[in-house]
Design a protein around this ligand. Structure first.
Ligand code: F6P
Length: 320
């Protein structure tokens, strides 16, 4: 292993920069040359690849987003498009590729590792925490803290106006962000795709809360369940009350990465390069019970990420 490349792909996540820094510095520490691929797979196809030095990743550990830029490239599913990318890597004499991203990015990485001799390792970077075989993904903790901060703020106004508020959070088809934010934000109701709740239960909760003199209600809704505005209209119809909805949107993807995300990303980046140095390929790094692990891409895809529903039960008991 002499030359490696690193790219970030799919939705950006706070902490991706810390992972890029860790890959670059671990590579250089171990005597490797390292290249940054700009704009994810798009940059791989368009040959937007530049050599990186230690200083190029200075001052980025605390920055959200990704200095390598990111893009979604559906065309990468086409083997002919991937061949262009492989040729570009071969021209530069790259032996190893680190892909930082979510499951869409992993699919590209898995195909590449099956089609070329260049070794490929994935690092889970997405706020959704929806990747199997790792307890946490880079960006999840920061996004979670952003959501909880928003819930605290919305609660102030919900309380002043004695209103119910829906807070719609990201997560694609996974409820992890909503679940943990619901617990940490002390929400009265929580809707996640993994545990469908009848709308009449939410109405009963709002009514029961009012009976006990509760002045407001916070409903945390995962985007994978339904749109917040639609739910607000339904609840208004059933309760006859004004229900407001706040869709947090992309603010959840930005901001300074939390200390936990920086540490996780640094460990993942370092471990990914260690795996390449050991000539491993076609694997994704992860963390399980605070231990670094690596899993074959095929196994990542043949297992499903599961949200911890015992936490859901805890939230039910605490939000009475
Ligand atoms: O995967 C990260 C994520 O932010 C999801 O939570 C969300 O559903 C999606 O990306 C939004 O994608 P885009 O930025 O392309 O609108």
């Amino acid at each position: 292993m002499k030359k490696i490349a690193v790219l970030t792909s799919g939705g950006d996540a706070p902490g991706m920069n810390a992972a890029v820094r860790a890959v670059v510095r671990t590579a250089i520490y171990n005597g490797l040359e390292v290249y940054g691929v700009y704009q994810g797979y798009k940059g791989l196809v368009e040959n937007n690849i530049k050599k990186l030095e230690v200083g190029d990743v200075g001052g980025i550990i605390n920055r959200g987003g990704t200095i390598l830029y990111s893009a979604r490239l559906p065309e990468f599913a086409d083997p002919k498009v991937r061949q262009i990318a492989i040729k570009n890597l071969e021209k530069l004499g790259i032996d190893g590729l680190v892909v930082i991203g979510g499951d869409g990015s992993y699919r590209g990485a898995m195909e590449l590792s099956n089609e070329m001799s260049i070794k490929t390792i994935g690092i889970p970077g997405t706020i959704d925490n929806d990747i199997c075989c790792t307890d946490f993904t880079i960006g999840f903790d920061t996004a979670l803290n952003t959501i909880v901060d928003a819930i605290d703020k919305v609660r102030d106004t919900a309380s002043s106006h004695e209103r119910a508020f829906i807070i719609e959070v990201m997560g694609r088809n996974a409820g992890d962000l909503a679940l943990l934010a619901g617990i940490a934000g002390g929400s009265e109701s929580l809707l996640i795709p993994e545990k469908r709740e009848d709308i009449s239960d939410i109405v009963s909760r709002i009514k029961a809360g009012e009976k006990r003199g509760k002045k407001h209600s916070i409903i945390v809704l995962a985007e994978g369940v339904m749109g917040g505005q639609v739910l607000a209209a339904q609840l208004k119809e059933l309760t006859g009350e004004e229900i407001r909805c706040t869709i947090l949107g992309h603010i959840q993807r930005g901001g300074t990465p939390s200390a936990m995300d920086r540490v996780l990303a640094s460990r993942f980046g370092n471990y990914a390069v260690q795996l390449l140095l050991a000539e491993k390929s076609g694997r994704a790094v992860g963390i399980q019970n605070n231990r670094l692990v690596s899993t074959r891409f095929e196994d990542v895809f043949s297992n499903t990420h599961e949200v911890d529903l015992t936490i859901y039960d805890v939230s039910k008991q605490l939000s009475i």
